[in-house]
Design a binder for this molecule. Structure first.
Ligand SMILES: *Cc1c(COP(=O)(O)O)cnc(C)c1O
Length: 393
């Protein structure tokens, strides 16, 4: 392995994990092989006896290209080890299968990704695992929901689409004092903007589909954490099979090379757009942690390096006004995807949160006038011009 321990983040993003083969290739190679050859029967027996993943046996277990991605992401998150998965949901499922058993409980923030809610409330519940959903930013609610059976805390910060935060240091202190593992979905920030492990979290999960790729090309995920915890997650992926393909790993590790630059640019565009939106006619409120008007702005400045690409705003005119803004755009992509270099716009109440009961949706702050934008890397002036059509119409 290279000497990545002393490297800065930019160098790690470019160089961690790649050991040149005898071909002396400059770019990382893609190993499209399902299995690996042994020197002898004894060598094969030795590799099979060693279950830690140090030797390549079969690409469901390990693959050299996937390993480079795992090492690079782990280095960026400040983790000992990473395990790549076929999607972000596969990463979360693998954590569940690694650490939960029948009778265990989970405390999860209410505002997590929709499929994460479904995984805990509809799927894990069938296997005797109970999940309590709490307000993300109320540490006392996490504490109240925690009991002797609680094994995991699961949080996503900032939340989607309202950009609420949880104080990760405070939550990890609570988790530690109760002997609970804190799992953080760091998809919105990426390690370029927020490092949950440094703030005391035990495990970070990612949907690589979003900013790690950054160009909306493919689906993938990852889990990072301590050697011990990742041995458990690796055991699940090795046995159950939600592994990442080498080609996807190669695209994601190329994405990591420019991650910090892209996140900085996404954040700059989003902040400028949020400031501009606050001045626009009919806009009642803008939700973005980088705005001085955000109720948790001070916390955001403490635990995030910049504030990411996702913002939302509320049209005073309700659903009709929100749809008018969305439909008036000519350049923005009307799609629920996020973490793409191209800006996307969506109406959460009738898309991503349509399956949530109306009262619960309103209680969570997802009003009919709410519009979410995942701000991309286009010129700010063009984004403003495209959105302005909605005010003029
Ligand atoms: C998209 C997303 C996921 C799920 O990832 P997939 O790669 O789609 O499986 C999980 N968490 C967050 C915050 C996401 O945005």
């Amino acid at each position: 392995m290279n000497d990545s321990a002393s490297w800065g983040a930019a160098t790690r993003a470019l160089r961690t994990g790649h050991q040149r083969t005898e071909q002396r290739e400059h770019a990382e190679p893609i190993f499209t092989t399902s299995s690996y050859v042994f020197d002898s029967a004894a060598h094969a027996a030795e590799c099979f006896a060693n279950e830690t993943g140090e030797h390549n046996i079969y690409s469901r277990f390990t693959n050299p290209t996937v390993s480079i991605f795992e090492q690079r992401l782990a280095a960026l998150e400040g983790a000992e080890r990473g395990v790549a998965t076929s999607s972000g949901m596969a990463a979360i499922l693998s954590v569940c299968l690694a650490f939960l058993e029948q009778g265990d409980e989970v405390v999860c923030s209410r505002s997590v990704f929709g499929s994460t809610v479904g995984l805990f409330s509809r799927l894990m519940s069938r296997y005797g695992i109970t999940t309590h959903f709490v307000e993300l930013n109320q540490i006392s609610a996490w504490e109240a929901a925690c009991n002797a059976r609680t094994k995991l805390f699961f949080a996503e910060t900032p939340s989607n689409p309202l950009c609420e935060l949880v104080d990760l240091s405070a939550l990890s202190q609570l988790a530690r004092s109760r002997g609970v593992k804190l799992v953080v979905d760091n998809c919105f920030c990426t390690p370029a903007l927020q490092q949950p492990l440094a703030l005391g979290a035990d495990i970070v999960v990612h949907s690589a589909t979003k900013y790690l790729d950054g160009q909306g090309r493919m689906v993938g995920g990852a889990v990072v954490g301590s050697q011990e915890d990742m041995a458990a997650v690796f055991g699940v992926v090795r046995t159950a099979g939600p592994c990442m393909s080498p080609f996807n790993a190669w695209v994601f590790l190329k994405g990591l090379e420019t991650l910090a630059l892209r996140m900085k640019a996404h954040s700059e565009n989003a902040l400028n757009l949020a400031l501009w939106l606050e001045q626009q006619p009919g806009v009642a409120r803008v939700h973005y942690a980088g705005l001085p008007s955000h109720p948790q702005h001070a916390l955001a400045q403490q635990q995030m390096r910049a504030f990411g690409g996702v913002l939302s705003f509320e049209m005073a005119g309700g659903r009709e006004a929100a749809w008018r803004v969305i439909d008036a755009t000519q350049m923005l992509s009307i799609t629920a995807n996020l973490g793409d270099a191209k800006t996307t716009i969506t109406h959460p109440a009738t898309t991503t949160h349509a399956r949530v009961a109306p009262e619960a949706r309103l209680a969570a702050g997802i009003t009919d006038g709410l519009v979410r934008i995942a701000v991309g890397l286009e010129d700010l002036a063009d984004l403003k011009a495209d959105l302005s059509r909605g005010w003029i119409a």
